[in-house]
Write a protein that binds this ligand. Structure first.
Ligand code: ADP
Length: 175
């Protein structure tokens, strides 16, 4: 049978327990998962693309049952559909949080379906423990010295804290 390749695109600035949960679930749906780390400079990310790729790669070593071996982490800055085609993906994985994600995701899935009707967008829901987590609030809490260990891995928490200790706390541009 053909190996089913999925792509999970995002900014991952930084990767949170919510992303982690979606990745675990995606591995039930696809044989091989490419995590696409979008460059997204316009969003003024806390971590540069290379750092985000490195952090996600490192985190994947901690996936249980050797899940990390079925994962590849790659940066991209092209159109998502072109990236998906270039890795031979048949599925785009997105996570859905609350109603707030729906409008944007609905439009993106609809337009992507027009660009390439052979690649399906699949929405996965994180467990209710993780649904409320967003990278944006992790950064805001981190910037103000709050405890982020419930939302990200201890390793990521350490990096976020180090980043904020090393930088002036200027307001960052929001999504
Ligand atoms: P984007 O900047 O495109 O929202 P993110 O890195 O924030 O990219 O997220 C990538 C994907 O992961 C998106 O589909 C987003 O909805 C999903 N996601 C992020 N956090 C969660 C969460 N806590 N639960 C479910 N899905 C999530």
């Amino acid at each position: 049978m053909k190996r089913r390749i999925g792509i999970y695109p995002g900014t991952f600035d930084p990767i949170t327990n919510g992303h982690y949960d979606i990745i675990r679930r995606a591995l039930h749906v696809v044989d091989h998962l490419v995590i696409g780390v979008a460059r997204n400079d316009a969003k003024g990310p806390l971590f540069a693309t290379d750092e985000r790729v490195e952090i996600v790669r490192d985190e994947m070593k901690y996936l249980e049952n050797g899940g990390g071996e079925r994962i590849e982490v790659r940066p991209f800055e092209t159109l998502l559909m072109h990236f998906a085609e270039s890795v031979g993906a048949s599925v785009i994985v997105r996570g859905l949080r609350a109603v707030s994600d729906f409008e944007y995701e609905f439009q993106m899935a609809g337009m992507n379906a027009r660009l390439n009707p052979n690649i399906e967008t699949v929405f996965l829901m994180a467990s209710d423990r993780y649904q409320f987590i967003s990278s944006r609030f992790v950064k805001e809490i981190g910037a103000l010295g709050g405890d982020i260990k419930h939302f990200v891995s201890p390793r990521v928490a350490e990096r976020v804290v180090a980043r904020f200790n090393g930088t002036k706390l200027e307001p960052r541009r929001r999504k």
